[in-house]
Write a protein that binds this ligand. Structure first.
Ligand code: PDD
Length: 290
């Protein structure tokens, strides 16, 4: 049983939805991805809070209380045959009996979850960093909602793949927004810079952890708009997400990131932040296991 659909735990291969589901027809729904280490979900409360914000923004009534969500998620985690997992949750407005853009009346939201082995960066990516490209941010004005309407992210990510790169970082009106499925941090003159959590980026759970760790360890940081020129002149760049954690970008648009001997290698602030992140994650999981 590695899936859950509308009240039933079942094998993913047996989960079936209506073709009139509004998630399928309109991308009318929200989602979350929660990392799980040794069967302990990481930052589950924060993920559930963000899902509530997404559903509020989409005007979908949350079909479950947080206690109900936790029970479903924990049962799915227990039933899986692997310990480190990525739990995917999707809630759509539901399946109507016809296709109409306006909200249907009396339709129950579709709730779908599945869990899969957690796939983090490869060892080479971790040690050497990744190559990224820049791309114009072609998405809508509510990137703060974790909506399943993701064709802008999909097209952007494919640009990276076409260029032989792992991620595309997006620029809007001359400023950094985020990666196709990650948040982006920039280091200049020892200061960590990242764009504010407004409607142009997803408020990442890992983003928050990184800023908490910077504050805790006294690493200087500034949350403010980051200009394209600052990104291109960065000493270090890294991306964050629930599955990638903290991962260095070491080439951008084919040019090495950073200067001098550090150029094209994961820099000291990135490596330090990843070490803080890993230690924090392990500590949280150790406490959860007691
Ligand atoms: N992506 N920005 C975008 C556009 C994202 O899709 C994600 C996450 C993030 C990072 O958020 P967090 O730290 O909460 O994972 C930022 C998930 C992992 C995905 O779509 O698979």
């Amino acid at each position: 049983m590695n899936a859950y659909l509308n009240g039933q735990f079942l094998p993913l291969s047996e989960a079936k939805i209506s073709p009139l589901d509004r998630g399928f027809l309109f991308g009318d729904g929200g989602y979350e991805v929660i990392p799980v280490y040794s069967r302990h979900p990481f930052r589950i409360d924060e993920h559930l809070r963000r899902m509530q914000a997404t559903l509020d923004g989409l005007r979908i009534v949350n079909p479950h209380s947080n206690d109900e969500w936790r029970a479903i998620i924990l049962r799915l985690i227990e039933a899986a045959g692997f310990a480190d997992q990525a739990v995917y949750i999707q809630v759509t407005r539901g399946a109507d009996i016809r296709r109409d853009h306006a909200f249907p009346q009396g339709v129950t939201p579709t709730v779908f979850l599945f869990t899969a082995p957690l796939v983090g960066p490869t060892r080479t990516q971790r040690e050497a960093g990744i190559a990224a490209i820049t791309a114009t941010d072609i998405r809508w004005d509510r990137c703060d909602l974790k909506s399943v309407s993701m064709v802008g992210n999909v097209l952007t990510r494919q640009l990276a793949v076409d260029a032989g790169c792992a991620e595309a970082i997006m620029l809007r009106d001359g400023f950094l927004t985020e990666g196709s499925s990650t948040n982006v941090f920039c280091v200049r003159n020892g200061i960590i810079l990242c764009p504010p959590k407004d409607n142009r980026i997803l408020p990442g759970i890992t983003y928050d952890v990184v800023l908490e760790l910077a504050a805790r360890h006294g690493a200087p940081f500034a949350v403010r708009p980051v200009a394209e020129a600052e990104v291109r002149a960065a000493d270090e760049l890294w991306i964050t997400s629930s599955t990638k954690e903290v991962l260095a970008i070491t080439t951008l648009d084919g040019k090495p990131v950073g200067q001098g001997a550090q150029a094209g290698k994961p820099g000291p602030v990135t490596r330090q932040m990843h070490a803080w992140y890993a230690a924090f994650r392990d500590e949280v999981m150790r406490v959860a296991a007691v």
